[in-house]
Design a protein around this ligand. Structure first.
Ligand SMILES: Nc1ncnc2c1ncn2[C@@H]1O[C@H](COP(=O)(O)OP(=O)(O)OP(=O)(O)O)[C@@H](O)[C@H]1O
Ligand SMILES: [Mg+2]
Length: 230
């Protein structure tokens, strides 16, 4: 589903999925946390739906004429280039972080108006250090000047430290919980890891639930991340 089908808000705008993403958009735009411009999407474990959620959230934000930049900060298993049909070899974040090029060289237009993409760039051996660098801070502040929203994809919290590093630097965090994939206590542990680095958790998205509705899909946004444990 990483090709065209991944952007469900585009190919099925009337689906319950698309409506759920529009609800999430409203929550983001009118966030009680005030202006959140850079938002990290992460989850406890692999395959819970982070990357799909990032791409669709970015598209619905762009549809309201917000300028959006998706940044693929999953420097281990990047997929945003596939979703937005870019070359795997295109220059991306790691090229900037290693001083090979300027920020303008890594921001690409997509087929979607108002939506631009920074791909991961070549995979390197030290992603955590790259994300904890001054160069990364410089990248984010420069991208924030160029857009209304910076939407960040990332690896799982419990697998590697990257998402905690990212969470400490972003205005807000949305925890994607794939309920058929993850134990509630793991989701809770991920939340605790993010809070330990002063991450501002805006809410959770319940994804991959076979139980609640038809279409094998259910997205829900709730402001209270404590629900993860209930
Ligand atoms: N609600 C859903 N129903 C069915 N399939 C889904 C749903 N959400 C995501 N998927 C599928 O699950 C797979 C994993 O999704 P995705 O890549 O977005 O997860 P991820 O959390 O980014 O994974 P990773 O940790 O490996 O980066 C994809 O094939 C995606 O199409
Ligand atoms: Mg992913």
């Amino acid at each position: 589903m990483m090709g065209n089908r991944a952007l469900i808000v585009n190919h099925s705008p009337k689906s319950i999925w698309a409506e759920a993403f529009r609800t999430l958009r409203t929550k983001i735009i009118y966030s009680k946390s005030g202006m959140v411009k850079s938002i990290l999407f992460t989850s406890a474990s692999a395959g819970e739906g982070k990357s799909i959620t990032v791409a669709n959230t970015a598209v619905v934000l762009a549809q309201t004429n917000k300028k959006v930049i998706v940044v693929d900060c999953d420097l281990r298993k990047p997929v945003q280039y596939k979703i937005f049909k870019k070359k795997k070899t295109s220059r991306g974040l790691t090229n900037f972080l290693t001083g090979e090029c300027e920020i303008a060289d890594i921001v690409q237009d997509t087929d979607i108006p108002n939506l631009r993409l920074v791909t991961s760039g070549p995979l390197l051996v030290n992603p955590s250090e790259l994300l904890d660098s001054d160069k990364f801070k410089e990248a984010i502040s420069s991208l924030k000047e160029q857009a209304d929203y910076i939407i960040i994809d990332s690896p799982p919290v419990l697998a590697v430290t990257d998402s905690c590093i990212l969470g400490s630097k972003m205005d807000g965090i949305i925890l994607v919980v794939g309920v058929e994939k993850v134990q509630p206590e793991m989701a809770l542990r991920a939340k605790e890891h993010l809070e330990a680095v002063d991450g501002n958790i805006l809410g959770i998205i319940i994804n991959r639930s076979d139980t609640f509705v038809e279409q094998n899909a259910y997205f829900h946004y709730c402001g209270n991340v404590g629900n993860v444990a209930n």
